[in-house]
Design a protein around this ligand. Structure first.
Ligand SMILES: *Cc1c(COP(=O)(O)O)cnc(C)c1O
Length: 379
């Protein structure tokens, strides 16, 4: 049996090696390493795939979030609502820009931001909401957009884990995750669903003016060379990463299908176990399974990763500590117990290996190992 990893990038590369190698050496041959034709090609292809007017490539998903907030003109003192159950980058950029992160709880079934909690957190200083489409399915965007409209707020979608997932709104229209709010952000970190071979990210919007501002900000606030109309940053997607993405974007839907098949096999093996809750599917969204995350109750969740390690199977806890209890983010506004759903998730979630190259033998070995733990004396 092939060694099991959380994400098997090596086996994936082996299948597309000729295409990838050719695409990368194409960039090296022309030496257009910064903003070369590969970047423009990727931008256009991604705009088409997402059905969005503008894609602005940038250096990583964290920058994508930061640049969005800069372009929207958010200022110190402005409040930005974000879930406490997410990867740190979501709240980090809010803090880095001197804005005030206002954390809220999530839904117990989908793990995504709770619209009800958003409503309760709104004050006269609130300027934006950052829904995170956690683990690969889209948050309740109808409810979020309605709140945003009513309270005149910007919506910045953190689609770093959900690229390719489809959302159906109440009028029946399908939209790609990240193209519903004012701005959407994604990451091409290698282990993400559309991962490059280093760091990368992109911002999406249908707003021409905002797009122009963001294109300027990613490149030192410059539209005409050496004339700086905005305070910007240096955050470009490099051409070699774009070359990798040009190949992998063509495979994205097939990769999502492979992940969904792994999820279906996990569901089948675990759905009747009283100690496990398989991931709920939000009716309005497809799920692209950036992670397959179980809830573990009634057995020791914390010893499960150790047990899996003895079988040479990785298992990860995303995320063990909510943002409001992270040392750097401690704030008198928040105490332990404030976000009961988030805190409960942090003590009961576990993510199993999830990638595009899993075979039946590996799946069988993973599921039987989890079932063995449930039956075992470790209870
Ligand atoms: C990965 C991720 C980011 C940050 O992306 P980077 O490319 O690593 O900077 C932000 N938010 C979420 C939810 C993520 O999963």
């Amino acid at each position: 049996m092939r060694k099991i990893s959380m994400v098997d990038l090596k086996s994936q590369y082996e299948k597309i090696k000729p295409e990838i190698d050719k695409s990368i050496s194409g960039v090296i041959d022309t030496t257009s390493f910064i903003n070369g034709p590969a970047v423009k090609e990727f931008q256009t292809a991604l705009e088409k795939y997402l059905g969005v007017k503008h894609v602005i490539p940038c250096a990583n998903g964290t920058d994508a979030l930061q640049i969005s907030m800069m372009a929207l003109g958010l200022k110190p003192g402005d409040e930005v609502i974000a879930p406490s159950f997410t990867f740190i980058a979501t709240a980090e950029v809010i803090a880095v820009l001197g804005l005030t992160p206002v954390l809220v709880d999530v839904e117990p079934d989908t793990f995504n931001i709770s619209p009800e909690a958003i409503l309760k957190a709104i004050t006269p200083r609130t300027k934006a909401i950052v829904p995170v489409h956690l683990f690969g399915q889209t948050a309740d965007m109808d409810a979020i957009m309605e709140i945003a409209k009513k309270h005149n707020l910007f919506v910045i979608e953190d689609a770093c884990q959900s690229i390719g997932s489809d959302y159906q709104n109440a009028s029946g229209e399908w939209k790609k995750s990240g193209t519903i709010g004012h701005v959407g952000c994604t990451s091409f970190f290698p282990s993400k669903n559309l991962g490059c071979y280093g760091d990368g990210g992109a911002i999406f919007t249908n707003d021409d003016q905002l797009a122009a501002k963001m294109r300027s900000i990613v490149n030192h606030g410059m539209t005409v060379r050496y004339y700086h109309d905005d305070i910007g940053v240096n955050s470009r997607l490099d051409s070699i990463q774009a070359a990798v993405l040009n190949v992998k974007l063509k495979h994205l839907d097939e990769y999502a299908l492979a992940r969904q098949q792994v999820a279906a096999a996990y569901d089948k093996a675990f759905k009747d176990q009283p100690e496990l809750t398989v991931p709920a599917r939000f009716i309005r969204s497809t799920h692209v399974f950036h992670q397959y995350t179980l809830l573990v109750k009634g057995v020791d969740r914390n010893k499960l990763p150790e047990f899996m390690a003895t079988k040479d199977i990785p298992a990860m806890i995303y995320y063990p500590v909510p943002i409001h209890l992270q040392k750097a983010y401690l704030d008198p506004r928040y105490q332990s117990g404030d976000f009961p759903v988030t805190e409960d998730l942090c003590s009961s979630v576990i993510s199993l290996p999830m990638h595009t190259e899993m075979d039946a033998e590996q799946l069988n070995y993973i599921t039987s190992s989890v079932l063995e733990y449930l039956k075992g004396p470790r209870k």
